[in-house]
Each structure stands twice: as structure tokens, then as C-alpha cells.
Design a protein around this ligand. Sequence first.
Ligand code: KG4
Ligand code: ZN
Length: 349
Amino acid sequence: MKILGVETSCDETSAAVVEDGKTILSNVVASQADLHARFGGVVPEVASRRHIELMSPITQQALDEAGCGFHDLDAIAVINRPGLIPALIVGVSAAKAMAWAAGLPLIGVHHLEAHIYANFLDFGRNLFPIPYSLFPLVCLIVSGGHSDIVYMTDHSEYEMMARTRDDAAGEAFDKSARAMGLGYPGGPIVDRLAEQGNPEAVHFPRARLDDTLDFSFSGLKTAVIRYVEKARDGMSLPDVAASFQQAVVDVLVTNTFKAAERKGVRQVLIAGGVAANRELQRQMKERGAALGIAVSAPPPELCTDNAAMVAAAGYYRFIRGECCGLDLDAYASEPLAERREGVAAGSGE
Ligand code: KG4
Ligand code: ZN
């Protein structure tokens, strides 16, 4: 079963063909990062215009690389929420037009669900194929807009265990990198720079909210900005990068494994752009090994926005008959799941 995935929710235009929710036949990703770098962030209208220019050639390239035409496809899956509306509507409109013209079923996919399902793609690693017995599991989703911990009891069955109270982890990376005078997006630059630094050089605060697994990164971001202003030329950028990164990683690792222990799961997934961070992956796997909990993370290129993860998530909806009509719309925000009462406060667990 072949599904064409389409993704335009932010600043990546991407199309991919994935077979049976796991085998990547093609995954073409055109990043607009250079276009937005001079603004220090994504400008929605600029992103939208570029998506329009790239959508057709990128889709054609994805089909060509997969060696198939529309007649070989079984469905089209597209991210329709949450995201930048001017960007999202390009992919949604294109997917609807293609589905209508080729007579194919259409599937609307939640952006965070797509990130989670990057873990279900076959990238030739340890725990593939993921067995159904893998559930229940806990997944940490960390991207430019989200920092969530979700509990999954089955495919597409989610319970929100934690979210951020202010900035997302990726936002903290990007804003702290900007304060350090590094480029955009900051995450990958900090990741590389931190390799040469001492993570214990500067003690940045870790916000541990006592009664909840929720995150808060704005205090850390402010601490980095203040430190950089004060230190000026007298600081080692690799040390600041490594110390900041360690503060983020510490909290992500601690809260994720607290969630895993509360639920008694044996499997943890990590997903989203920040999951590409090598130190986060290393420390998650190290802690998992110590606790006897398996940890899965996609390779970096499948952590950041791409359409293969969309096609993978779409597959599990498609086989359950969860398709959409041509009235599918784009939405700026929508939580992946609701919190169950009491979970946030740690009671009843
Ligand atoms: O999932 P994603 O590609 O787009 C959103 O859905 O937001 O995530 C982008 C975020 C950016 O904040 C970027 O700085 C961060 O992921 N990121 C990283 C790394 N690669 C990307 N953060 C830390 N380390 C990385 N290696
Ligand atoms: Zn994303």
C-alpha cells in the first residue's frame, strides 16, 4: 500500500512516498531556512509563497524517485494542523486537488502525530518492525512549537501527560542561539558547538515544577540572554552552548522517564526537530539502558519536518478507514490529545 505524504506546515516543503507505513520509497525535503534566516524566524507569507513555487516540482520528484505515478498510489496524506495557516493551506489545497484529480482517498494528519510516526519508519535500526505489543509507550515530542509527553495505548490513542507552560524546547534553542550571536535555526548549531564545550562550565537553571511533569524553558532562555549580556567577550561560546544544552536535556530526560515510570511502560520514543539533538539522544538511551526501558529515536533527517513521517502516520489512519472529504481544512492550533483530569497534578497515577 503506497501513500503520498505532503508537508508544508512551516518552512519545509516536502513530499514522500511510503509503502505500508514503513518503507521510504522517496522523501524529498526542500528547506527554506536560508530564506528566513535574515528575519531570525519563519515569516508565514514568505513561506507560503515559496511552498506554492515548490509544491509541484517537489511532488513530481518524490513520485519519480519512488518510480511511481498517481495510479500506483492508494491514498494521499497531508498535514492540516497545527501550523502556520498560510503555509498549511498550500499543502492542503495541493493534496485535495491531487486526490480529486486522481480519485484517491485523502487523509488529514496532525503534525505531532506525524512526528511520532517517524519512529515507525524503517530506517534499519534496532527495534524494527515495531511490534504491536510495543504499546503502551511514552513519547517525548520536542519541536520548534511543542514540548509534550504523550502516553500511547495503541495506534492513534493518546493521552497528554505534559506540555510546556511557555517556550517550546526548540524555541529555547533558537532564541538562546540568537542571544549567543549564532545563526538560525539555532538547534543544529548549538548541537555542533556544544560538542567542544564543557556542559558544567555555567550553571543554568532547570525549571522543575513540583507537582507536574510540565516543562518551562523561558527562565532558562532569559538566563542565557542575561549571561551573554554580562559576559560579553569574556565567555567561551562552546561552554555556554554545552551548558545551555545540558540544562534542556536534563529536564527532558528526567520528566520523560518519570512519565514512563508512572505508567510502567517499557518503551519510550522521542520525536520532533529537537529529538535530532545528539546529546539528547545519547542521554535518553543511556538512562533508558540503566532503567531497562527501550528508547527509540529516528535519525536526525527524520526528526525534523519531512513528508515520510506524514505518509507513515496517514497509513495507520487509512487502514482503519479514517479518511477525510474534500472539505478538509487547515487549523492553526489543535492539541494532539486532551489531558485526563488529575494527571497534570500527578494524582491518580
Ligand atoms: O519539528 P521541527 O523540524 O519543526 C517544527 O515542527 O517546529 O523542529 C524544528 C526545531 C527548531 O527549533 C530547531 O532549532 C530544532 O528543532 N532542532 C534542533 C536540532 N535540529 C533541529 N534542536 C537541537 N538540536 C538539534 N540537532
Ligand atoms: Zn515539526
